[in-house]
Design a protein around this ligand. Sequence first.
Ligand code: FAD
Length: 460
Amino acid sequence: MSRSVTILGAGLVGSLLAVILRKRGHEVTIYERRPDMRSASLSAGKSINLAMSVRGWKALDLAGLRKDIEDLAIPMYGRALHQADGASAFQQYGKNNEAIYSVSRGELNKRLMTLAEQEGATIHFEQKCIDVDIEKNVITLEDINTNKTQTIESDLIFGADGAFSALRNAYTHTNRVDASHHYLKHGYKELSIPPNEDGSMKMQKEALHIWPRKNFMMIALPNTDGTFTCTLFLPFEGDISFEKLTNEEEVMAFFKEHFPDAVPLMPTLIEDFFNNPTSSLITTHVDPWHFGDKNALIGDAAHAIVPFYGQGMNAGFEDCTILAGLMDKYDKDWNTILEEYDNMRKPNGNAVAELALINFVEMRDKVADESFLLRKKIEKELGRRYPEQFISVYEMVSFSHIPYHTAISCIHAQDELLQNIMAKGNFFDSLENSDYIAQLNKWVSDYHQSVQQLDFGHDA
Ligand code: FAD
C-alpha cells in the first residue's frame, strides 16, 4: 500500500530519497526552506564541491541516476601534497587505481531535485518546517515570504533537513531521547583558484590537493569549469587562527608564509577571504533515529559529521540504499522497516562521525610524515599480497561498502599489525626472504583472525 510521505529538506539526501520512494509508488511531497536554486537569479555563484565515493555511487545506481550525474564528476586518484617549502608529491589512494570523485554540490543538488520532480515528487520551496508533532505526524510550516503558517498531516515523515533538523529537534523534546552536538574548534572558509586564460587548470586535475600544516590545512578539489574550490580549515581562536586574520596584510602574510605555492594561483584571495563566510563544523548524535512507523531521520539530520573523510553525503546516500533494501524486504511493514533502519544505521552513523574526526588529525598532521607515507605503502603491498585477509581502513571507508562500524573496529588491530611490521624494519627489502615471509604470514593471519568475526557486509 502506498503512503503519503512528507520529506523535510530538498538537499542531496532528501531529493535522492524522494526518487527512491517514488519508484516504490509512494506519494512524495518535499518542503524546502530555501528558494529553488535552479532559478536563474540564484544559479550564478561559486562552485562548491564534494567528494563522492562508492557508497554514494551505489545509491545513485539504485535510483537509476548514475548516468545523470556522471558528467559532473572528476575522478581524483590520490592526494597531491603541497609542502610548506613549496615541494609537492602525489600519493595514490588505492592499490587498483581507485578514485573518489569531485562533484559540484550545487549541480548535483539541482539535478537530484529535477529527477525527483520527474519521478512525480512535488517540491514546495521557501517553506520552513518550524515544528513537528511526532505522534500525530503533523508538521507546521512557515512561508518564508509571508510568515504565514500551515499544518500538514501525512502517513510518514522523513527529516532530511540537515544538521539543525526540525524533526531531530522535536525528538529532543520527548522522553528518553539522547542527543548531543559538538562544535570543532576549527572553522572553514571557501576560496578559489580560477583556470588559466586558455581554460586549462592551474594544478593537476585528477587529484585532491592538500596543504597539511599540523594544526590547520587547506585542501582544493577540481571543478568541471576548470576552477578549484579551496577550503581553509583553521582554528577560530589562537596564535594561528581566523581571529588573527583581520586585514589584507595579515591574510597575505599568512598565505605567503604557509601556502607560498598557492598564492600566485589565487588572484581573488583577498576578495574571497573577506567576502566568504567563516563557517563552523559540527558533529551531532541522536538516539533513536525514528518514532514507531511514523517518522525517521536521514542524512545529516541523523548524523552530521565533520568533513575530513569526505563521507557525510556518502553516508546519507548509503542510508537511502539501506532503507530501499528494507522497503523491498518488508513492503508495507513500516514499523519493522524503520526499526531495522535505525538498528542498522545508527552504529554506522556513530562510527563514521568518529572516523571523520580521526581523519582530521591524519590529514592535517600526518600525511606529510615519512613514517606515515611508508605505512601507507606497506598497507597497499599487504592488500596486494593478502587480498582476502587485509584491506586498509581507508580503503574500507572510501572504496568498499563494508560497514563503517567494522572499519572503525579494525583500526586497533591494523595499528598493531603495522607497528609489528615497521618495528622490524626493511619491509620492502625483506620480501624475498623466506623467514621474513613466514613471520609476515603469521602477523597477517593473526590480524585476520582477530577481525574475522566482524560484520564485513554482503558486499565486502
Ligand atoms: P543538507 O545538505 O544540509 O540539506 C538539508 C536541506 O534541508 C537543505 O536544503 C536545507 O535548506 C533544508 N532545511 C533545513 N532545515 C529546514 C527546515 N526547518 N525546513 C525545511 N527545509 C529545511 N560529504 C561527502 O560525502 N563528501 C565530501 O567531500 C564532503 N565535503 C564537505 C565539505 C564541507 C566543508 C562540509 C561542511 C560538508 C561536506 N560534506 C561532504 C558533507 C555533506 O555536505 C553533507 O553530509 C550533505 O550535504 C548532507 O546532505 P543532507 O541532504 O542530509 O543535508
